[in-house]
Design a protein around this ligand. Structure first.
Ligand code: ATP
Length: 327
């Protein structure tokens, strides 16, 4: 085995210069990334960024224009059958057979894989509070999503490919899903978890990657993002202040001044310098609180908000200024 092939077999997923064009539209542009054993990789990007294209390339449903995608050293296009044996896939819109019940879906998938996973399927369905006795056409969106999760995890795959798997599922059941995912990684399994918001992946991802316009613009460990967690600073002064008084402080971002009030975001490392600037003026009111991780993320990467609205302008300008390209 060549050193390159050995490296491939060690990493669960390996994307190398992966590019997909549809006519003149480049949906995915030179993406290079590895996902290791036991790792959950949160794959984030706004609508149309290239997440689903990446997943379809990974599942061998699309042929790369250039570059390669492999799972456990198997090329996802040329060796897709081998790849499908080790991957569990939860699509964004699960394709189910309307007339078949959950049990019948389980039996059908078990038949395709030549193995009986019905015990494991029943256990997962029970934990997700899903009734496997009902035909798919009678299931709500959230329950269809649960059935797709059961079908993906029941064979204990090495890799889970999850396309916004918890959309439509209530928060308590999402927690159950997260514990199923943790058990999967504790056993050495990996997951690629795609979403358009950090909130969906932040409790389970080890690393996050941000894709935008087909390019992987940043890859970062979630704990490093947490370490750079921003504080929201608000101050009201006795007289008018100017933006210029606060913009020069390294690390301070999203500075807004409205007459006598200042609002900005700052990592902990910038607080001392910022406070010295603030206290150079007469302060009437002051507030400093740690921002939720989602806000730190929005500020650095300019992603969509959970409610679908765009991130503010300064965040957009700062996007890509931190983090690093995937290697
Ligand atoms: N089969 C196709 N033919 C032509 N263009 C396509 C095709 N599939 C995807 N695209 C284009 O590729 C780009 C990336 O799309 P993709 O579906 O991968 O984005 P996404 O990040 O999954 O978005 P969303 O979050 O909305 O699902 C878009 O510009 C899309 O219009």
């Amino acid at each position: 085995m060549s050193p390159e092939a050995r490296k491939d077999a060690q990493s669960m997923v390996r994307l190398a210069g992966l590019t997909k064009r549809f006519g003149r539209n480049t949906a995915l542009d030179d993406v290079t990334l590895t996902i290791g054993s036991g790792e959950v990789f949160g794959y984030l990007g706004p609508n149309g960024a290239g997440k689903t294209t990446t997943i379809r390339l990974l599942m061998g449903m699309l042929r790369p224009t250039s570059g390669t995608a492999s799972v456990l050293g198997m090329d996802t296009w040329r060796e897709s059958r081998g790849v499908h044996r080790v991957v569990g896939y939860v699509p964004g819109e699960p394709a189910l057979y309307d007339r078949l019940t959950g049990h019948q879906h389980v039996a059908y998938c078990a038949h395709l894989r030549h193995r009986d996973d019905s015990g494991r399927a029943a256990e997962v369905a029970d934990r997700l509070e899903l009734d496997l006795g009902k035909p798919a056409r009678t299931l709500s969106r959230g329950n269809r999503q649960k059935l797709a999760i059961v079908l993906a995890v029941m064979s204990r795959p090495r890799l889970l490919v999850l396309d916004e798997p918890t959309s439509g599922i209530d928060p308590l059941v999402q927690q159950v899903f997260h514990s199923i995912l943790r058990e999967h990684t504790a056993g050495g399994g990996s997951a690629l978890f795609s979403s358009h918001v950090l909130g969906e992946v932040e409790r389970v991802a080890d690393r996050i990657g941000v894709v935008r316009g087909g390019k992987l613009v940043a890859v970062e460990r979630l704990q490093d993002l947490a370490a750079r967690s921003l504080h929201r600073v608000r101050a009201r002064f006795a007289g008018d202040v100017s933006v210029a008084e606060f913009t020069g402080v390294p690390g301070v971002r999203d500075v807004l001044v409205d007459g006598r009030t200042l609002s900005c975001n700052a990592p902990q490392s910038a607080l001392d310098a910022l406070l010295k600037r603030v206290s150079a003026r007469e302060v009437e009111d002051f507030e400093c609180s740690e921002a939720p991780l989602e806000e730190t993320f929005l500020s650095y990467y300019g992603m969509d908000r959970a409610d679908g609205s765009a991130a503010p302008g300064p965040a957009e300008r700062a996007a890509g200024a931190v983090g690093h390209r995937a290697g």
